[in-house]
Write a protein that binds this ligand. Structure first.
Ligand SMILES: [Zn+2]
Length: 293
C-alpha cells in the first residue's frame, strides 16, 4: 500500500470520528493493543488521539503486564474480542477484578465476531464494547455509542454492496460484497486510489437514515470475511456463526471461549467438528454445552 501524508491525515480523521462517537475525549487514556508496524491502524489511532487530546498507551499487543492497569489507570482498550477475554482472565489471576478496573469502555476490532461474544466481553468487564472495522486499504468504520451498526465515513469513501456473483447492486438490507471507491476533494492527493475495489468482505446496509446519535452517515452490519464462509447443502455459514454457538449463554460459565472447528466431507455428507476449551474438564457438563451449541 502506498500512502501519502494526506492519507495518514484521512486515516486519523476516521479514527478520531469513531472515538468521539464512542464518547472518548480529552482525559481518556487508551491502551492500543494493535501492533505498531506496517499495519497503519495503531499509528493512525495514535494520531487521532493527539487531535482529540486523549492519551495513548502504545502497548502494541495485549500481553502487557497487568501492572499497566494499576499504574496507568487506562479508561479504554483497543483490542480483539479474544485478547480482551484473555486480559480479563490474567487480571483475575493476579487478584484484580476487571469489573472494578479504571476501564470505562472497550473497542473491539481486527476481526469480525458474534454478538454473543460481545455480550460476554461486556459482562466480563461490565462496560460497553464498541465495534470497529478497518482495513489497510483505507476503510475505517466505527460503531457509535448507540450500537446500531457501523458508520461509514461517506465523505471519504463510497461503499457499494454487490451480490455474491458480482453482477449487480443489491438492495439495502440484503447481504453482499463490500466494494469501495476512494473519494477525494479537488486537489487532494492519495497514494492508493480505490475504484470499485472488492474487499472480499460481506456486509448489509442497515440504514441510511439519521442515527439516534445524530450522525447522518450510513450504517452497515459488522463485515464478515468471505474467505471464512462455507457453503453446505446450498446454505452459507461463517466462522462467526460457529462462534455464536460457542458463546451461548450458559456455556460461558464453563468455557474459555477458545474453539477450533473442522469441516469435511463431500456432497453426500458433511461433518462439522467443533472442539471447545473448558476451564475444568472434570466439572464441565459436556452434554449441556453440546445442547446449547
Ligand atoms: Zn450513530
Amino acid at each position: 500500500m502506498f500512502l501519502t501524508g494526506e492519507d495518514w491525515d484521512r486515516y486519523s480523521e476516521k479514527y478520531a470520528r469513531s472515538f468521539v462517537s464512542q464518547n472518548f475525549g480529552p482525559g481518556d487514556k487508551v491502551v492500543v493493543c494493535a501492533s505498531y508496524g506496517m499495519n497503519v491502524g495503531a499509528s493512525t489511532m495514535t494520531l487521532a488521539a493527539q487531535k482529540m487530546g486523549m492519551t495513548i498507551i502504545p502497548e502494541g499487543k495485549c500481553t502487557f503486564p497487568v501492572r499497566i492497569m494499576k499504574n496507568y489507570q487506562p479508561t479504554g482498550i483497543v483490542g480483539s474480542v479474544f485478547k480482551l477475554i484473555r486480559l480479563a482472565r490474567r487480571m483475575e489471576k493476579e487478584g484484580m477484578n476487571p469489573q472494578e478496573s479504571s476501564i470505562k469502555r472497550l473497542v473491539a476490532g481486527g476481526e469480525s465476531f458474534a454478538e454473543e461474544s460481545r455480550a460476554y466481553v461486556e459482562k466480563l468487564w461490565d462496560v460497553p464494547v464498541y465495534n470497529t472495522y478497518g482495513s489497510t486499504e483505507g476503510t475505517m468504520c466505527g460503531e457509535c455509542h448507540e450500537k446500531v451498526g457501523l458508520h461509514v465515513p461517506e465523505d471519504m469513501v463510497h461503499l457499494d454492496v454487490y451480490n455474491p456473483q458480482m453482477e449487480d447492486f443489491i438492495a439495502d438490507g440484503e447481504c453482499g460484497r463490500m466494494v469501495l471507491t476512494t473519494l477525494l476533494s479537488p486537489g487532494d492527493k492519495t497514494g492508493t486510489l480505490l475504484l470499485n475495489y472488492d474487499t472480499e468482505d460481506t456486509t448489509v446496509v442497515v440504514s441510511r437514515d439519521k442515527c439516534p446519535c445524530g450522525r447522518t452517515h450510513m450504517r452497515i452490519l459488522n463485515p464478515e470475511r468471505e474467505a471464512e464462509t462455507a457453503w453446505v447443502m446450498g446454505a452459507p455459514f461463517n466462522r462467526v456463526d460457529i462462534e455464536r454457538g460457542v458463546f451461548q449463554t450458559g456455556n460461558m460459565d464453563y468455557l474459555t471461549g477458545e474453539y477450533e472447528a473442522f469441516l469435511y466431507g463431500d456432497e453426500e455428507e458433511v461433518t462439522l467438528r467443533v472442539s471447545m476449551e473448558c476451564h475444568d474438564v472434570k466439572n464441565c457438563p459436556q452434554e449441556l454445552v453440546q445442547e446449547n451449541f
